[in-house]
Design a protein around this ligand. Structure first.
Ligand SMILES: [Zn+2]
Length: 284
């Protein structure tokens, strides 16, 4: 029997935290530099760590092709909302911690040479919550894709609508869906990528509405949490409920794609779906 010493920390545990990350799935200690090389996927068990928007853009886009749009959009506080602290303080703290203006960035870029409009969400900014800024960026990205006739790609990572913006946050569901509907009517493709987690109002609006819906492995995807679901139907939920693989097997997702394959898969899809030129352009 190994003897346990309460309070004892091994030399490895005592190393500065920033050098190592413990995998929450298999408990392996992973060297952060090595984790960057595996695109933040655990080499032992395949656990996909959450990615910030800058890393996501770097992984998906051709180098130096990203042109950000509407970087200056910033949240207002129309309700004067205060929970444990005022909403503007919360936003300021999130800006400071992440260096981001809000929970989504959008712009144009290229994936294997194919120009796209792309939105990437960042769970690190207030849980990737969707307020007026996120909704506006998604809507403008759809409008930008339509105007340029290039495909739209949205990578979601969100706990849902931002409660501090109340009904204005819920209005973003309708706004983003209206913009996507105009895109659909013009036959410009939209590929949705759901990462862990994609839940609540984001799942209930644009994330689930791709012409092709992809997800990373084992991502939590759904509307209400499992406890609410179980309580509502008065039954235990099946194993793996609301995970990518479960949703794929029940026909809700088109593919579950490992992060290492995501860029290549997106490029292949975009080539296949590339919007055809308008009749006027084809004639001219
Ligand atoms: Zn692991």
């Amino acid at each position: 029997m190994p003897v346990k010493f309460p309070g004892f920390r091994s030399r490895r545990d005592a190393l500065p935290e920033r050098l190592w990350t413990r995998c929450p799935s298999c408990s392996e200690q992973l060297f952060n530099k090595a984790l960057e090389k595996t695109l933040h996927v655990c080499p032992s068990c395949g656990h996909h760590f959450r990615l910030g928007s800058a890393d996501r853009l770097a992984q998906l886009l051709d180098p130096a092709t990203f042109e950000e749009r509407d970087a200056g959009l910033s949240s207002q506080d129309p309700l004067g909302f205060v929970d444990q602290k005022p909403y503007p303080d919360r936003v300021a703290a999130a800006k400071l911690a992440t260096g981001l203006p809000d929970a989504a960035v959008w712009g144009f870029g290229a994936i294997e040479g194919q120009r796209v409009a792309i939105v990437v969400m960042d769970f690190g900014f207030m849980g990737g919550s969707m307020g007026a800024v996120v909704g506006e960026k998604v809507a403008r990205a759809a409008e930008g894709a339509l105007a340029a006739r290039v495909p739209l790609v949205i990578v979601s990572a969100s706990g849902g609508a931002r409660m501090q913006e109340g009904t204005l946050a819920l209005m973003q569901l309708a706004k983003t869906m209206a913009a996507l509907e105009r895109l659909r009517a013009a036959h410009v493709p939209y590929v949705s990528v759901m990462s862990d987690p994609t839940t609540g109002g984001v799942f209930a609006s644009y994330a689930a509405m791709g012409d092709v819906n992809l997800a990373e492995p084992n991502a939590l995807i759904g509307f209400a949490g499992a406890r609410v679901g179980a309580g509502t139907i008065g039954q235990e939920l099946p194993p793996g409920f609301q995970r990518s693989e479960f949703l794929f097997h029940h026909g809700f997702l088109d593919r579950v794609v490992a992060r290492a394959d995501l860029r290549r898969e997106l490029a292949a899809l975009l080539r296949y779906l590339a919007p055809r030129p308008t009749p006027e352009a084809a004639r001219g």
